[in-house]
Design a protein. Structure first.
Length: 219
């Protein structure tokens, strides 16, 4: 077995063990080997212990075009830092204006902003946009708010994803988190032929959930 094959095999086994652990321990969040949660959590645990901190938060990412985005606000300090709920409501209201989010999205992708002067004006006033390009604040808002909205409003329930992933692996030998080289129709047909396909209904998995699993997995 060459090195790359062994690495792939080990990653697949790690993913399988993570999923199995989540089934046995409800306090464990199931993740795939492609997920960096475990690395981040280990780092945070080490720092909080070393520095005797009551809590620590760290979100960091690097975008090739726009650079770093970070937040490291400890959750217990958020109440004091915001002062009151009006701070949050006033901030979020900016993104509720029609066309503002679409303009932010277009700016990130380097596309022509077609949402009109009003949306652009909103973003420029809040220093999120300058010369039709995202500022560092605008970039952070796009990344963090987009991720938050997806996780809370769109992301497929992890328990449903786990049940679908079992059938996916049995049928394709592809683990949870890895790319699925199928169209929506091909994917649905593959799963429908699995002997346990009907059992997905016991976990409230719908046909739409299966399509969403494919879309999100390959995004």
């Amino acid at each position: 077995m060459d090195t790359n094959t062994e690495i792939k095999s080990l990653r697949e086994e790690i993913t399988r063990l993570k999923i199995r652990l989540s089934e046995l321990d409800e306090a464990t969040e199931p993740t795939s080997v492609a997920c960096g949660h475990d690395i981040v959590l280990d780092h945070l645990r080490k720092l909080t212990k070393q520095h005797e901190l009551s809590g620590l938060s760290q979100l960091a990412g690097l975008d090739e075009k726009h650079g770093w985005y970070t937040t490291n606000v400890e959750p217990s300090k958020i109440r004091t830092l915001l002062e009151n709920g009006d701070t949050l409501r006033e901030f979020l209201s900016v993104f509720c204006e029609k066309g503002v989010w679409e303009a932010l999205e277009s700016a990130y992708h380097g596309e022509l902003i077609t949402e009109g002067a009003e949306a652009i004006g909103f973003l420029e006033k809040k220093q999120l946009l300058m010369d039709n390009k995202l500022t560092s604040k605008g970039f952070t808002c796009y990344v963090v708010l987009g991720h938050l909205a997806f996780n809370t409003a769109k992301k497929l329930d992890i328990r449903k994803a786990i049940e679908i992933s079992k059938l996916v692996y049995d049928s394709t030998s592809i683990y949870y988190g890895e790319h699925l080289p199928y169209s929506a129709a091909e994917f649905a047909e593959i799963l429908s032929k699995h002997p346990d396909y009907a059992n997905l209904a016991n976990y409230n998995v719908s046909f739409e959930d299966i399509g969403e699993y494919l879309r999100q997995n390959n995004s």
